[in-house]
Design a protein around this ligand. Structure first.
Ligand SMILES: NC(=O)c1ccc[n+]([C@@H]2O[C@H](COP(=O)([O-])OP(=O)(O)OC[C@H]3O[C@@H](n4cnc5c(N)ncnc54)[C@H](OP(=O)(O)O)[C@@H]3O)[C@@H](O)[C@H]2O)c1
Length: 535
């Protein structure tokens, strides 16, 4: 977001480079560090966004020496940096990697860490600023924070800032999220806490705000008078891979809805903030979360759908059922798919449903928001079949190709009036090229700059869990009887289609691939409706 003085009073360095700091990665031997965090830091270094006075201290259980850690990170970056590695950049960087081995629960680890941080500050000039990143299993979040507090490592003195990034999932239900906030709040001020949701690092997500509030033409129609409904789809082709153990305890609802999907909905639905300062944006987002109608048990049964994938075909290849994945119980009742209709009780959105769906092993990898507009009154065409014409649609594509498209009707050339749906397409890559990105660069940069706009405030996390808690409760009380209920490689169980169909609507699915299309949003020149008689 904007560059500005950090809200905790410690300025970054407007103009690009972050302020000097040491980044402590708890869980440095793990998957997130090698796949995302280290490549993101490398990308920031390569694009000159990091100061020379920057260092990383890895902390994990593996008994590496500092040299072994550097060698390990060097081989990992070669493997996981998507666009290759410029070794001249990496070699400068590698000498700024440090490592402390130990158990997160052991107070002695934090003593060693404190000593290492003092050495780092002296050797690298990091000025006493420290970003702690908890890339650990969630069970360690409160433990590490408490230990940081006990060791005095989180204390801010003078202009030396200490910030803590907490990975997802933040709690597994409302009560645990409240408890985690309480535990974190005992040690840290809210301004020191950065609850990360990596979806918000994607350009298109941030562009929702720019699109809505930097352009005068969309906001006047962004309301119940013109919008029929909104759809949010977060579909993955992948199954649970090797993360079955974690997924069994989470499932699609916990994993995707209180964080990613509700964030997308709030950005789409919120009122204009009075500024792009973090608190102004968060204040508007939380109004939406609080305005979402609480779901009664009857509403959950009627308006929420769960699913679990059976075996099926993905890209022509046979894939196993969820229950046959590693570390998954053969009679598992964990949902791998969820769909629901939410209603926002405010003047802008009354009676406009927000449909959401997310799942694993779906037909395509696709994250999109669809704003479907009301049909025109058809006065000119009332004797014809034009009610079959597709309504206007604005599609915000977040994955895999970031962009925005607007579907509208145009006359197909010829002597009789025939209408065809056409798309105006904006692809990020066409205009701005592509820069190597893991999605974490912006977020890490913002933490170092002290800008929490793209992170979740404590009350937002709790409000998100408040929305989904009734669904969790009903589903726990009534175990599913029909799992597995959708084949891998499809768009989920039929009940999800029924959810919209009975309200006269349908999900926007990309056209089935004839050979796979590269652009899932493209509905170019969708063959039109029947010929339309001239009025
Ligand atoms: N991986 C991803 O792509 C991804 C994406 C989004 C969010 N996240 C979140 O990021 C966090 C980390 O995920 P991850 O996949 O990187 O986990 P991970 O691979 O299990 O990494 C955790 C690291 O911490 C170490 N560790 C475990 N217990 C320890 C202890 N008591 N003391 C010190 N070190 C210990 C682990 O060592 P061992 O391996 O020896 O246990 C491992 O090296 C999780 O909260 C996850 O939900 C991950």
């Amino acid at each position: 977001m904007e560059l500005h003085d950090s809200p905790d009073g410690h300025p970054g360095a407007p103009g690009g480079v972050t302020s000097p700091c040491a980044m402590v990665m708890f869980g440095a031997g793990g998957d997130l560090t090698k796949r995302k965090l280290m490549p993101a830091i490398y990308n920031l270094a390569q694009t000159h966004m990091l100061p020379l006075q920057f260092a990383i201290v890895g902390v994990s259980i593996e008994p590496y020496s500092e040299d072994e850690f550097r060698d390990r990170m060097t081989s990992d970056i070669r493997e996981y940096s998507v666009d290759g590695v410029d070794m001249s950049v990496w070699n400068q960087f590698v000498n700024r990697l440090y490592y402390v081995s130990g158990d997160f629960q052991d107070p002695a680890l934090y003593k060693k860490l404190g000593e290492t941080l003092a050495r780092v500050e002296k050797e690298q000039g990091t000025s006493g600023n420290i970003l702690f990143y908890l890339a650990t299993s969630p069970v360690f979040f409160p433990i590490v924070v408490k230990q940081l507090g006990a060791a005095g490592l989180a204390r801010q003195e003078g202009r030396k800032w200490k910030r803590v990034v907490i990975e997802k999932p933040f709690g597994h239900d409302l009560a645990s999220a409240v408890e985690l906030n309480r535990a974190v709040g005992e040690v840290l001020e809210e301004k020191q806490v950065y609850r990360i949701d990596h979806y918000l690092g994607k350009e298109t997500v941030q562009n929702i705000l720019a699109f809505r509030f930097a352009n005068g033409i969309f906001e006047p129609i962004w309301n119940r008078r013109y919008v029929d409904h909104v759809q949010v789809t977060v579909a993955e082709e992948l199954g649970v891979e090797l993360r079955g153990g974690y997924y069994e305890t989470a499932g699609a609802l916990r994993d995707m809805v209180p964080n990613h999907i509700l964030q997308l909905i709030t950005l789409c639905a919120m009122e204009p903030p009075i500024s792009f300062e973090a608190d102004s944006v968060h204040d508007e987002q939380i109004k939406i979360l609080r305005a979402i109608q609480p779901m009664s048990p009857e509403r959950v049964l009627d308006q929420a759908v769960r699913g679990q994938y059976a075996e099926g075909l993905i890209g022509g290849a046979h894939v196993p059922a969820y229950r046959s994945e590693p570390h998954v119980a053969p009679d598992s009742q964990t949902p791998t798919f969820v769909a629901a209709a939410l209603h926002i009780d405010n003047w802008r959105w009354a009676d406009v449903p927000f449909y959401l769906r997310t799942g694993k092993r779906m037909a395509e990898r696709l994250t999109q928001i669809v704003i479907r507009f009301r049909r025109p009154p058809f006065v000119l065409f009332r004797k014809t079949l034009v009610e079959k014409l597709p309504p206007n649609e604005l599609v915000i594509n977040i994955q895999p190709k970031e962009g925005i498209s607007l579907r509208f009707e145009a006359k197909i050339p010829g002597p009789i009036v025939r209408l065809g749906a056409v798309n105006m397409d904006f692809q990020y890559s066409d205009y701005f090229g592509t820069t190597p990105s893991t999605g974490y660069e912006t977020l890490l940069y913002d933490c170092m700059m002290g800008d929490p706009t793209l992170f979740q405030r404590a009350d937002m996390v709790e409000a998100g869990w408040t929305v989904v808690q009734p669904i969790l409760d009903v589903w726990k009380a009534l175990p599913p009887r029909d799992f597995p209920n959708y084949a891998a490689g499809t768009w989920g169980p039929s009940q999800a289609d029924e959810l919209l169909r009975r309200e006269g609507r349908e999900w926007r699915n990309p056209e089935p691939a004839q050979g796979r299309r590269s652009d899932p949003s493209a509905v170019r020149s969708a063959p039109s409706a029947a010929p339309v008689r001239k009025p």
